[in-house]
Design a protein around this ligand. Structure first.
Ligand code: GDG
Length: 446
């Protein structure tokens, strides 16, 4: 079997605490089974980045990292990736900004990645490039003479053509994607959007590009084992003791405006206003580890959430009850799965999401004998599979407040039926199926 080479913007080095993020979870699962090379940015900025990648090897995986210069970091990462592509691809066009220099920086870093990766490649490697940071990488590698099969997976949504066209160099982006031997998307809808983009860029006939939808899943038995084991640990036992018999609603999201937290907090306040009987009886725990906190947009959302928390607790809290517990803190993955198992309601309301693994983890973590209910945004990729969830539009605050009430009132038999249907879906398309299907399609050729 030929070697697997994964390339992503950031990589998770062994023994560092696992970064919060769906991409890292997925790539690491594939690399643990397949072995191989994982290439990407170290996360560090250096005045003069070394000419050679730094390589560490552990358990059959070689981790090769390079540093970025401050200018590359500002233009490529903060600029084009986080302020141009991320909001645009999530349809959050009011946050979208464009700067020609950022785009130059994006092309420059992709060229640099290709130059540093090329000497490490073997002729029969399978190369798997991850996410929107590295769209031009195949083209750069080809320009340097690479002949290996190169696949690409987009973890975030692919926007419709009329949204994509806001980006001045959108045609370049589509042409660069067309250089891959296989392009994978989270959903069939994203795949269709790409083909619409392709038809828009090549009106006289689009080139043959192999695409597929490969919805990412979770390691179901792994989550079940983690959740069960965590119930016997101190942090989870202490959290449950702190509930003193009250019911728990949980949200776990990277602190990012795409996750719809500001809207969710407002909806919860509406819920407490309208459903006075639940006051004093429900605790909403929101865990939101910080991400990209140096960017202005993230500082603003932090501020907004702290204010909303203060407002809700100031208005409704009692001497023995705090309605909203908001934590900007990382937890070990197992502890999170234990918290989820202890919850009666999971709330996942992104304004747009490629897939959303938290929704899938919440389902897998439940006790089948007494499962919690899941509230899920219709605008997350996961909603296309998890039809046993209480589906909401995250902008409809009254609808979300109503969904909280519906979930709390849901009879046991209905919770069990919804849970077992969703669990069967998760088992039918788990994390292993995601990377196995993608890699099989990549090897199979056009
Ligand atoms: C992107 C796409 C797509 C969260 N907090 C902590 C922690 N997590 C873990 C969760 C989950 C992962 O991070 C988050 O994955 P999501 O899928 O929910 O979201 P993104 O990070 O935005 O991921 C997304 C995904 O890529 C995969 O393709 O589903 O749509 O946006 O596993 O449990 N893990 C730890 N501590 C935390 O505090 N250890």
């Amino acid at each position: 079997m030929s070697r697997l080479v994964c390339v992503s913007n950031r990589i998770t080095l062994p023994r560092k605490t696992a970064a919060a993020g769906g991409l890292a979870v997925g790539v690491l699962a594939a690399m643990r089974v397949e072995g191989g090379l994982w290439f990407g940015w170290s996360g560090d900025v250096a005045a003069e980045p070394a000419a050679q990648p730094a390589i560490v090897s552990r358990d059959g995986i070689d981790y090769a990292t390079i540093d970025l210069t401050q200018t590359q970091y500002d233009r490529y990462y903060r600029g084009f990736c986080n302020t141009t592509l991320w909001p645009l691809f999530h349809y959050l066009t009011d946050r979208f900004r464009y700067d020609h220099e950022w785009h130059e920086g994006y092309r420059d870093v992709n060229r640099r990645f290709a130059e540093r990766l090329l000497p490490l490649l073997r002729p029969d490697d399978r190369i798997w490039v991850h996410d929107y940071h590295l769209i031009p990488l195949a083209r750069e590698l080809r320009a340097l003479g690479a002949r290996q099969r190169i696949g690409f997976f987009l973890h975030i949504p692919f926007p419709h053509l009329e949204v994509l066209r806001l980006l001045p160099p959108y045609a370049d982006l589509v042409r660069n994607l067309a250089q891959y031997d296989l392009i994978g998307f989270q959903t069939a809808a994203d795949e269709q959007s790409f083909h619409a983009g392709l038809a828009g860029v090549f009106p006289e006939g689009a080139p043959q590009v192999k695409t597929g939808s490969f919805p990412i899943g979770v390691d179901v038995d792994g989550v079940i084992a983690e959740a069960s084991a965590a119930m016997r640990t101190e942090p989870v036992k202490r959290m449950i003791a702190g509930l003193i018999g009250r019911r728990l609603m949980i949200g776990v999201d990277r602190l990012d405006y795409s996750k719809g937290l500001v809207e969710r907090f407002t909806a919860y306040q509406r819920f407490l206003e309208r459903h006075a009987t639940h006051r004093g009886r429900l605790i909403y725990l929101q865990i939101a580890p910080l991400s990209r906190d140096d960017i202005q947009a993230y500082a603003a959302i932090r501020e907004a959430l702290e204010q909303a928390t203060g407002r809700t607790n100031g208005r409704f809290a009692d001497t023995d009850w705090t309605p909203l517990r908001y934590l900007n803190k990382n937890f070990p993955h197992g502890t999170l799965m234990g918290f989820m198992r202890a919850a009666q309601v999971g709330i996942v309301t992104p304004l747009r999401d490629g897939m959303n693994l938290v929704a899938k983890e919440f389902v897998a973590a439940q006790d089948p004998a007494d499962p919690g209910a899941l509230i899920l945004s219709s605008l997350a990729g996961a909603a296309r599979e998890l039809d046993g969830a209480v589906i909401v539009n995250p902008y409809d605050l009254r609808g979300v407040a109503q969904a909280v009430e519906t979930s709390l009132a849901m009879p046991l038999a209905e919770r069990q039926a919804r849970h077992s249907a969703m669990l069967a879906t998760l088992r039918g398309n788990d994390l292993k199926a995601w990377y196995t299907n993608f890699l099989a399609a990549l090897s199979a050729g056009v």
